[in-house]
Design a protein around this ligand. Sequence first.
Ligand SMILES: Cc1cc2nc3c(=O)[nH]c(=O)nc-3n(C[C@H](O)[C@H](O)[C@H](O)COP(=O)(O)OP(=O)(O)OC[C@H]3O[C@@H](n4cnc5c(N)ncnc54)[C@H](O)[C@@H]3O)c2cc1C
Length: 604
Amino acid sequence: MSSYQAPLRDMQFVLRELAGLEEIAKLPGCEDVLDVADPILEEAATFASEVLDPINQTGDKEGCTWKDGNVTTPKGFKEAYAQFAKAGWIGLPVPDEYGGQGLPSLMLGPTLEMWNAANVGFANGPLLNQGAIEAIELVGSDEQKKLYIPKLVDGTWTGTMCLTEPQAGSDLAQVRTKAVPSGDRYLLTGQKIFITFGEHDMAENIVRLVLARLPGAPEGTKGISLFIVPKFLVNADGTLGERNDVECAGIEHKMGINGNPTCTLNYGEKGGAIGYLVGQPNEGLKYMFIMMNAARFSVGVQGLALADRAYQSALQYAKERVQFRNVASRSPEPKRIIEHPAVRRMLMWMKSQIEAMRALSYVTAASLDFAHKHPEEKVRKNIKGFVDLMIPVVKGWCTETAIDVCSTAVQIFGGIGYIEETGIAQQFRDVRITTIYEGTTGIQALDLVGRKLAQDMGATATRVIKEMQAVCDSVAEVEELKAIAASLNEAIAALTETSQFIGMSAMGDLRKAFAGSVPYLKLWGVVAGAWQMTRAAKVAAEKIAAGDVDAEFYKSKLTTAKFYASHVLTQSAYLKRQIVEGSGDVMTLPETAFDLDRKSAVVA
Ligand SMILES: Cc1cc2nc3c(=O)[nH]c(=O)nc-3n(C[C@H](O)[C@H](O)[C@H](O)COP(=O)(O)OP(=O)(O)OC[C@H]3O[C@@H](n4cnc5c(N)ncnc54)[C@H](O)[C@@H]3O)c2cc1C
């Protein structure tokens, strides 16, 4: 059975030496963060390993059950949620006025990582609370804010996001759920599917945020509005009224994240579920897009978290499992598998990418704070551009990489990894959803190419690439870092050329740009990860040169950065070829090229 210990030293390193915790502390309202960061990390680490981790595997095994429209979560989940809420974790980034802790988004990086690594099935619940809080805070009326946010923050109620319908998955333009005005409220009818924590027994009410269409609304994305549809109606004084007309028709039998329920919700079978418009009519999808930054960031961190947990398990196993002698020596003595070169390569391949994902994710989280709170408007605008560009990369690249990392962890376990008891199979099953929900990787790649690059004609991308180049140049003459700089230099050139290719293609035939969009997103991830690893290596080299007492830790940073440069960053060359040389083929293949010819050959 696997267990989780938060990598606190690594987290502190990224927070303080890469993501700029000290600079964040200079932002208005963030002054206390330097004092509280370490105690928060310690407490979160204890909560993750002592409360969430023990119910991770049992929750997966037991799963959720549905009976007559009610859903029961696995043993211990309800109690853990109560403890989580009481400790104030839900309100970590929420302003004090709503009862939150008002901490910078940067602190979400390590805390989300811990919750998700310890128990991703559980962690999805509070994550949805934060999404609902953000939506209501952003566009809700004062009354809605007063009525719903404090109870979502203190955990008395939970939140859900109800977007998906059978015919409307990636393409939310197809949403058909209807909302008809009825006095100062609306009556909703329709069906939502795959709704995480759509129904459960962990809290007294569920605040469902639902996308639906008003009568006569324009077709497509411009005719979708956002509604609050609570499980129990809420009286003006905040007490609960009667049950709303929403039925949970069933829960899905899933491949992973079995600790949480994924529900089918039927709205209005008895005449209409009562809903309250949030913000302006027909602006629902726009609001969702504003909120998606946070949700997509969080799923990217889920990937990182599951990869780290899988690495911890694989490392422990590799240190214990004895198998085969050292092939290069004459000794017949069998060795621990960590001594075999192929296993060492797998482990370092995992570790170096986890560090790159963590650095890029936390740096992006810090940028969210600068984008919101920096006193200078120009700086806020530039940093917001960076965040917008990086969100699909953090979501798409971290989750795709995490699947590979978890798969490699199963490989290190060998046959026993394929057997459920070790827990590593669960990690592999759990991580698989992360490239699908909150927008598949294909959709993240469309976002990167079709919106983020296009919106300023590549100006932000060019600026970020220049920043990467500046870091690269700053270490090019440092003896210890020369090899890293040389690899990064080549990779930056590949990213620059590919960006130009994508930009030119988009001006000619958008389909050609989209054909290369997924490898292009991965290229951004691989190179941006290297940029952060190079920054880490630079800090490490300086600390070692200055005789820092923690030299062993910094040496390990140099090791992973060097490994990343020579084993991971080298992917940039073939990703570039895929995009530049292969995009035309993908686009022009006739559909018959995919057909299988099942006839046997005609023998003459
Ligand atoms: C466990 C789980 C939990 C979920 N939780 C929630 C939730 O809480 N709330 C909610 O509203 N939804 C939720 N979902 C739904 C999830 O967000 C959707 O499954 C996801 O958005 C993909 O939609 P789809 O399944 O219809 O796939 P489709 O949209 O049918 O996509 C199928 C494939 O086609 C590709 N594709 C589609 N269109 C394009 C395009 N234009 N360009 C390139 N590729 C494309 C996709 O990338 C994908 O590979 C959940 C799903 C699951 C499985």
